[in-house]
Write a protein of this length. Structure first.
Length: 337
């Protein structure tokens, strides 16, 4: 896996065949971990270094782009490595499949009461080996926050899915990371709604074409105002292209035997300058000038990846037959006890 920066925001380039291995590596790490689905709107927000979201993204264990505009921006800047776009629903199913295979635990946070209950039933039917160690509704009052944090801390789930009803979204787990024991937090707003069959997920064709924004605007017309931050994104790319403010070189997230991180290999151009002066007339001793070595690193990653989409996971994708239930009445917003 490699991590690059687009307009100063880190993004991971993770091949589909590497995704499972990276998830298991994160799972075995101690402490609170976080996986971020990065949209173009998140990327724009993460550019503001004064906000906590910038630190949240930078410290995330895995950053997967989900917007086609991010790939287009990387191609426009002629970056040597183009990120791979992922469908958040497919990735979530793949992670749940891994948890099911290794008999790990899950915590569900968010949604209304009936949505959460139906989502839990469907997850249990589809992944029988997943042990759901806790659940809690979203939209809870501030007084209940300590109870939620305590419940997650005691349950110590392998994966905690955070969904609708959590105002801070990705920042909720980040701001409280010191209060949890060892869990992976994944924020996916529509997750529980799709699992409960209350929300219809975006079709594969729509996602491949990058037209999922129209699906969002249909459900929330106020998102038409996203055109303004998108214009800012285009202008930022143009500015970066014109003034050659290229993003940082790709760095592999691997460690060498001596503990140092691996960097791209490059050819060295050595330039040595040596000068000597002899002042015999003044009786001064001859001196030697200092030798200077200039090493210029050159990135050798000659492969230019085309814009690829990792939507289809092939045989690794699990079909959610258990989610064929009728629509759920979500009018009841009582909390779970």
């Amino acid at each position: 896996m490699k991590r690059i920066e687009l307009l100063g925001v880190p993004i991971d380039i993770c091949q589909p065949e590497e995704l499972e291995g990276e998830f298991m590596k994160i799972l075995e790490k101690p402490g609170t971990k976080q996986i971020v689905f990065l949209s173009v709107w998140d990327l724009i927000k993460a550019r503001n270094t004064k906000r906590d979201f910038c630190k949240c993204v930078a410290e995330a264990d895995l950053i997967l782009p989900v917007s086609k505009s991010i790939l287009g921006g990387a191609k426009f800047l002629k970056m040597e490595e183009i990120p791979i776009r992922y469908n958040p629903f497919d990735v979530t199913i793949q992670f749940l499949s891994l948890i099911d295979q290794h008999y790990r635990t899950l915590f569900l946070l968010g949604g209304r009461k009936r949505t959460l209950q139906q989502a839990e039933r469907n997850v249990h039917e589809t992944f029988p080996n997943v042990r759901i160690v806790g659940r809690y509704v979203g939209y809870f009052p501030k007084e209940s926050e300590d109870d939620v944090v305590t419940a997650i801390h005691k349950a110590s789930p392998s994966l905690a899915i955070v969904s609708e009803g959590i105002k801070e979204k990705n920042l909720w787990a980040y701001h409280r990371r010191e209060r949890f024991s060892s869990s992976i937090f994944l924020f996916y707003n529509d997750c529980l709604g799709i699992f409960s069959k209350r929300i219809k997920r975006v079709s594969e064709k729509t996602f491949e074409r990058g037209n999922e924004i129209w699906h969002e605007i249909f459900h929330n017309p106020l998102k038409l105002f996203y055109i303004f931050p998108f214009i800012y994104y285009i202008m930022s790319l143009l500015w970066c292209r014109l003034f050659n403010k290229k993003s940082k070189n790709v760095k592999e997230n691997q460690e060498l035997p001596n503990g140092k991180s691996a960097e791209p290999a490059g050819s060295d151009t050595e330039k040595k300058a040596e000068s000597a002066s002899d002042d015999e007339k003044n009786g001064k001793n001859s001196t030697e000038s200092e030798k200077t070595d200039l090493n210029v690193g050159k990135n050798e990653s000659g492969d230019k990846n085309s814009m690829r989409t990792a939507d289809g996971m092939g045989e690794k994708k699990t079909a959610f037959n258990a989610f064929a239930s009728s629509e759920i009445d979500d009018s009841d917003d009582l909390e779970l006890e």
